[in-house]
Write a protein of this length. Structure first.
Length: 113
């Protein structure tokens, strides 16, 4: 299987890493859509939100907690930020390894385009 984010996990492709623990890594998005744009991904390959099972509950929560801690450390938690997981075509997903976007540093429009 050829997965871009699995390659980032294994170190085959470089990324500006901002977080690593037993279960997940965080790194800056290569094409930032906000002054702060980071991605948090499980180390284990999971393609989309559709592929999450109840066994992944802790892992999914882990991504949220890691992103929230990073937002706090970056000083954006009071101003606010957005966490997003795109799923499949209509969701705008382009990389099929689960990832949580953290967007911050500007006022974000709602609804999204
Ligand atoms: P999606 O559209 O699947 O929700 O988000 C994929 C994200 O991955 C995009 O924001 C895109 O800029 C980012 N991305 C794609 N390739 C790379 C890469 O090689 N390195 C990093 N750091 N981000 C990437
Ligand atoms: Zn993968």
């Amino acid at each position: 299987m050829d997965c871009l984010f699995c390659r980032i996990v294994s170190g085959q492709i470089p990324a500006k890493k901002i977080h690593e623990d037993e279960h997940c890594i965080g790194f800056f998005d290569i094409n930032p859509q906000a002054p702060l744009h980071a991605l948090f991904i499980p180390k284990r390959h999971i393609a989309t939100v559709n592929d999450l099972t109840s066994e992944d509950r802790e892992l999914a929560g882990h991504l949220l907690v890691a992103a929230g801690k990073f937002a706090k450390a970056q000083g954006v938690s009071d101003a606010g930020f957005r966490l997003v997981m795109n799923c499949n075509g209509d969701g705008g997903q382009t990389v099929f390894h689960l990832h949580l976007h953290l967007l911050a540093g500007r006022a974000l429009a709602w609804p999204p385009g």
